[in-house]
Ligand binder design. Sequence first.
Ligand SMILES: *[C@@H]1O[C@H](CO)[C@@H](O)[C@H](O)[C@H]1NC(C)=O
Ligand SMILES: *[C@@H]1O[C@H](CO)[C@@H](O)[C@H](O)[C@H]1NC(C)=O
Ligand SMILES: *[C@@H]1O[C@H](CO)[C@@H](O)[C@H](O)[C@H]1NC(C)=O
Ligand SMILES: *[C@@H]1O[C@H](CO)[C@@H](O)[C@H](O)[C@H]1NC(C)=O
Length: 494
Amino acid sequence: MWWFFEKFPILVFLSLDLRVAEQIKEVEDPICTVDHPVLAREVGQQEAAAQEDVGVEANKCIKIFLVTSKEEVGVEDSFRIVPIDLSQFFDEDGQVFGYKNLKINVFLSTISFHAYADITFESSCDGEKGIANLKSALQKIFGESLVKEKDDFLKTFSAGTDYIRNVISNGVVLRHEVTKGENNKSNKQLEAESFTVEVIRMAVNSMSVGKLYCRLVPLVLLLVDDISPIDVTDPGWEIYLAVESKSNDHGVVGIKLLGFAAVYRFHDNTGNLRLRISQILVLPSYQGQGHGRLLLEVINSVALSENVYDVTVEKPSDYFQHVRTCFDMHRLLDFEPIKHDISSAALHLNQGNLSKKPFKLLSDPPATAVEDVRRSLKINKKQFLQCWEILIYLELNHSDSQCMENYRTLIKDGRREGILGKDTGSGGKQITEVPNDYDHEMTSVAVCPNVNVDNMSAEVEGNQDTLEEQLRQLVDKRMKEIMEIAKTILLNRQ
Ligand SMILES: *[C@@H]1O[C@H](CO)[C@@H](O)[C@H](O)[C@H]1NC(C)=O
Ligand SMILES: *[C@@H]1O[C@H](CO)[C@@H](O)[C@H](O)[C@H]1NC(C)=O
Ligand SMILES: *[C@@H]1O[C@H](CO)[C@@H](O)[C@H](O)[C@H]1NC(C)=O
Ligand SMILES: *[C@@H]1O[C@H](CO)[C@@H](O)[C@H](O)[C@H]1NC(C)=O
């Protein structure tokens, strides 16, 4: 996926957007071409006597902090993010070799999204495994946003004050909400302050937006498993930015980025216009405040107003899938045309001992319901089937053990089909982002999270027990999910 970083600098220098570039010019000198001073020194410090070097885990020696002001740089109690496995950015077994007491503190500014790495170690030693190339590893994560000198990094806080504001100035405001009372920390000031949250849409293939996206990529890489950066030159990509602006009597005094979603707008091979949510991220400091859901809501209202074919999500994380399902569930529960279908599907399960009959056939949503839901709510079939299970669950008599057993059989049959059925053959059908590949297919949401279908198919011949056991675990996990979502839904709808 690194073609992205290699490619983008070229674009930067070909068609520079001067307005933004001027703002941040002083700090724009990336370390790409210059040796890091600390790293340059390491050669001189190599110890002659090579002891056995056991290395250190990347996640143990690297700490990453999100900072909003220069005062927080270098302070270890700043807001710390817990990244996914960092070892993937290092070559040898993911261990960092060659240093004694290595400590890397990375400070990532949420003002301009530049980063600075504070690297310290007692000594370095070129043992059997050599000396890890820290520069290249950090470069893989932070790309161009990495600032070499601390002083330059500190300057980004004042120089970048209006960075987000300038980038979004040409954007389309899709949602504007006044948030009251939530941010009363700053109410100590006498002046009346108000906060609004806006969602702004922009095409990624403009210089300033592409550049912003590039600075957000490190966060995506650090926080989202298994993700590839998007092709910023492809005109199909749009970014939805959730920002909070603070105003007082003098107008807007500050804008901060809360989160974003990258959405691909494309025509599939039958000519239908579709939207695919490819990445959605709320900055860790602002998570749990409904911003992810807000982004989802706005994208969905765009899908409705433009009457696209449907909205899909590429490799949703478990958490995002939860938010998404809750959001869709509310819409489905209010959707009159399918009410009868839900009741009649549930009726089969509520009626006595049917454990030998094919529930799947009795309980699947009718094709007309699938089509109605897609047309009116833009929910694709795969997601609808996930929701359908929960819609049925909500209709059941939960204290009737036979009925619940029937329901479990239904869930199990669904998973079994996912593992063993004809779907297995399509296991290789994955979206891969390749340069200049404009032919984006509809993304499939994995039927069985955490279970490698190929792996299970390989095992099925040899070990039926293992398969049954894995299936059981899968069903347990799904039942738990369903109950959690059902609980959330019931609480919110009372
Ligand atoms: C801040 O807001 C919360 C909830 O909105 C409220 O419970 C709390 O009392 C407020 N604090 C102040 C100092 O106004
Ligand atoms: C339902 O049928 C299954 C299989 O025939 C049987 O094992 C189970 O005991 C039955 N349950 C009841 C409540 O009759
Ligand atoms: C739910 O099932 C229980 C146990 O079978 C039964 O006693 C109860 O009447 C049922 N409730 C409804 C509303 O059908
Ligand atoms: C399946 O995956 C498990 C763990 O992920 C691994 O231990 C096992 O060897 C794999 N089996 C096959 C047949 O690939």
